[in-house]
Design a protein around this ligand. Structure first.
Ligand code: HEM
Ligand SMILES: Nc1nc2c(c(=O)[nH]1)N[C@H]1C(S)=C(S)[C@@H](COP(=O)(O)O)O[C@H]1N2
Ligand SMILES: [Mo]
Length: 378
């Protein structure tokens, strides 16, 4: 590669025990676990929200708190990945300045894959973090970009692991040398563990109830909100006003379409369910819901065994105005058109007069201010 002899100033060599492969491997392993948890739970979130047609009839409605656990784990491990990623970058940065920068085609490709991995991961974790804070400063769809980057990360991570396999194997085979495994590395790892522990402890309480009193930094505290439940989008933010609800009716399309007033809905058999709202942004809270079973409403429309449904909110704009409810949910005894929350009439912010609540379903699909149910296919 004679053409590569560019005359650039040579960076100083950095030789410190904390920049050695063993430290990089130890931290990398933890970071790898966090990324794999993010990827696996991210896949769950994606397929629960947008199941391909052949999956939609098989979505699991149990355990009812499944999405609370997977999305809680996603955001917890995603946040933990941030200090891990910074520590990893700090241990390996001297290697990013190796000289000459490119030794061969293979070396160039390896460095390119690392550049892609680092850039995509930095972008992924910072976008994810901003999203949980409900801050969307970018002009593109968060989900589409976060989804694409996840595959870029996993692909370049596999490539990176394949390239580094000998180094990693060396780490396992090498005898522990006291000189490089001394107090320096121990303090780095303790410091990193402390950082990971702290960011986790002050945010995880948004989905892990026992930690809720430590929740200093999470955007949502599980106890703050009307009727003991946080609100993601308020009625005001959704431009839903109480005065337009005066002559509200629920309409149901299907083989035998009908419509009902709120009083008529209240006169139907009421059922209770204890189910969480599990927001995609990582907070969850379990609540007690009462209302009419979706199954019963469909049976009344001439569809006795559940159906794929379109749920339409009276909210006029916004991405979550219309959602689809697949058959595993619509025929489930726990899926309600809820009229009451924690033993009171649903408040306006929680979706008065009626909202969807279904088991093991991402919060974003638990449509509020429902005005219409349309049977798509029975
Ligand atoms: C390397 C790390 C990460 C990977 C591989 C990853 C992967 C994914 C995937 C595949 C999804 C599903 C996207 C879809 O539905 O199309 C997702 C969703 C999500 N991720 Fe991550 N993620 C990572 C880090 C993070 C971090 C650090 C956070 C926040 C602290 C975060 C927050 C979110 C949120 C809020 C969603 C839900 C988005 C929505 O459906 O509206 N992610 N992630
Ligand atoms: N019509 C409508 N329904 C909606 C939303 C919305 O913006 N519009 N937000 C969803 C989101 S993202 C969540 S997490 C839950 C939150 O319900 P809560 O405000 O009652 O806690 O409502 C869902 N239902
Ligand atoms: Mo949400």
């Amino acid at each position: 590669m004679g053409g590569m002899n560019l005359r650039l100033p040579r960076p100083p060599a950095i030789r410190a025990p904390l920049h050695d492969p063993r430290t990089a491997t130890v931290i990398g392993r933890l970071l790898g676990v966090a990324i794999l948890v993010c990827f696996a739970t991210g896949l769950v979130s994606h397929y629960l929200q947008e199941p391909p047609a052949r999956l939609s009839g098989w979505l699991p409605t149990r355990p009812v708190w499944g999405y609370r656990v997977t999305q809680g784990a996603h955001v917890i491990s995603g946040i933990a990945a941030i200090p891990l990623l910074l520590a990893k970058l700090w241990t390996v940065y001297p290697r990013l300045l190796v000289w000459p920068p490119v030794r061969s085609v293979a070396h160039a490709l390896e460095r390119l894959s690392i550049a892609v991995l680092v850039a995509a991961t930095l972008l992924e974790v910072s976008m994810g973090l901003l999203n949980t804070a409900q801050w969307y400063p970018w002009p593109f769809s968060f989900r589409a970009v976060h989804w694409a980057l996840a595959w870029v990360i996993v692909g370049s991570l596999l490539l990176h692991l394949a390239v580094k396999a000998p180094v990693v194997a060396g780490h396992w085979r090498a005898p522990r040398e006291p000189s490089v495994d001394g107090p320096d590395r121990r303090s780095l790892l303790i410091g990193m563990g402390f950082a990971v522990g702290t960011v986790t402890a002050v945010t995880a309480g948004q989905s892990v109830t026992v930690l809720k009193n430590l929740t200093l930094l999470a955007p949502r505290h599980p106890d703050h909100g009307p009727q003991g439940l946080p609100v993601n989008r308020t009625a005001r933010a959704a431009h839903v006003r109480r005065d337009e609800l005066a002559d509200w009716r629920l309409t149901v399309s299907g083989p035998r379409p009908y419509s009902l007033s709120l009083a008529e809905l209240r006169a139907l058999p009421q059922h209770a369910a204890t189910l969480p709202i599990a927001c995609v942004e990582g907070w969850s809270k379990t609540a007690h819901w009462e209302g009419v079973r979706i199954r019963d409403l469909l049976a009344r429309a001439g569809v006795p065994d559940g159906a794929r449904l379109r749920v339409v909110s009276l909210q006029r704009g916004g991405a979550y105005r219309v959602t689809e409810l697949d058959r595993p949910y619509s025929r489930d005894d726990l899926t309600l058109l809820a009229l009451r929350l924690n033993r009171e009439v649903l408040s306006l912010d929680h979706g008065f007069p009626a909202r969807i609540i279904a088991p093991n379903r991402p919060g974003v699909l638990q449509t509020k201010w429902v005005s219409r149910l349309e049977v798509l296919d029975a």
